[in-house]
Design a protein around this ligand. Structure first.
Ligand code: GTP
Ligand code: MG
Length: 326
């Protein structure tokens, strides 16, 4: 039985219209609200689909069909091993970071880099846009990257500068990075909600949101807006995790920390997203400045790895360490 399910991450139906009960009108409604692929429908909730003006019973049937076509329903224990074995690791290209992460960044979950300004969050993201393109034997996923940039910090010249280190042609490497700048938090959400087709067409295996929280932080001010902000952030992260699962991709977000003056230890810092982000991001890495180009990466939350920290460096070659193999 399991052997029939060759690829868990590609639905057997190619387009929405191939799903039983989905005609051109329904397909068009679904596309309008951001469900452009069978893969994204498979991880949708009924309420999201009824938002397209589709009845509840029909919505449930459509989702069911999408799920069945991907075999992400109930699985036997032995199949679970197979599913789990589909989780891949993406090398960061930085030996010490990879060691901290037991091989690299996992697909199907969210990894968050947080820290003060200039600690290397965006530098790591840009390097990952290159390593994701590497073949599996070099620790890559042989895929493209989607970069949602909220602070206009993505630099093509930096990508081109780092590419040769990984044996990649700078111009070709840029072709496999899909870039979008988000101007507001709602724009950022819409971009992600409409990303599924772009992800599929470009074989995107890495979705980056740099920074996840900056727009939310500047738009939702004060305590009275906190609940609304967290609700939106929650929705956004749900979408992200579903895309990561549907396409077996890595999801990487950055988050600038703010000083937390009301704690006892002066040097303590807290991630901006609060508890919601804490629960949703499965792996968190805290970055802080060391001497000169040195940064300290500390694994603070992981589902299975022990806490620990390693020194890394940001140089003209990208993010480096003493334990690099590339
Ligand atoms: P915010 O987005 O402001 O919160 O910071 P960040 O954590 O994203 O910082 P970022 O990744 O942008 O790191 C910026 C730092 O990287 C700079 O302060 C430089 O020290 C270093 N850096 C960036 N480009 C280069 C480069 O070409 N050569 C060298 N040697 N260092 C670089
Ligand atoms: Mg940055």
């Amino acid at each position: 039985m399991a052997s029939e399910r060759m690829d868990y991450y590609r639905a057997k139906y190619k387009t929405l219209e191939d799903l039983p009960g989905v005609g051109p009108a329904t397909a068009s409604k679904l596309r309008q609200i951001g469900f452009k692929t069978v893969e994204s429908l498979a991880t949708a909730a009924v309420q999201e689909v009824t938002a397209a003006g589709i009845g509840e019973a029909t919505a449930a049937k459509i989702i069911e069909a999408a799920r069945k076509s991907m075999a992400i329903t109930f699985v036997r224990g032995d199949e679970l091993i197979k599913l789990r074995s589909n989780v891949r690791r993406l090398t960061t290209g930085c030996g010490a970071l990879d060691k901290l992460l037991a091989g690299g960044i996992e697909t199907q979950s969210i990894t968050e880099f947080y820290g003060e300004f200039g600690t290397g969050k965006s530098q790591i993201c840009q390097q990952l846009c290159l390593t994701v393109q590497l073949p599996p034997e070099k620790g890559g996923l042989d895929g493209g990257a989607l970069y949602i940039d909220t602070e206009n910090t993505f630099r093509t010249d930096r990508i081109m500068q780092i590419a040769p280190r990984f044996g990649l042609d700078p111009k070709e490497a840029l072709k496999r990075i899909i870039y979008a700048e988000a101007y507001t938090s709602s724009h950022q959400m819409i971009l992600l909600e409409n990303a599924d087709e772009v992800i599929k067409e470009n074989n995107i295996r890495l979705i980056i949101i740099d920074s996840l929280t900056s727009h939310f932080r500047s738009e939702y001010l004060g305590r009275e807006m906190l609940a609304a902000r967290q609700q939106m952030l929650n929705k956004h992260l749900h979408k992200l995790i579903r895309l990561a699962r549907a396409f077996n991709a890595c999801a990487v977000v950055t988050n600038q920390v703010m000083a937390q003056p009301d704690v006892f230890f002066a040097k303590m810092v807290a991630p901006v997203g609060g508890h919601i982000l804490g629960h949703m991001s499965h792996t968190r890495i805290f970055l802080r400045k060391g001497r000169g180009e040195t940064r300290i990466a500390r694994l603070t939350v992981s589902p299975f790895l022990p806490e620990g920290e390693v020194p890394i460096r940001i140089t003209e070659r990208g993010v480096e360490s003493d334990e690099d193999v590339m």
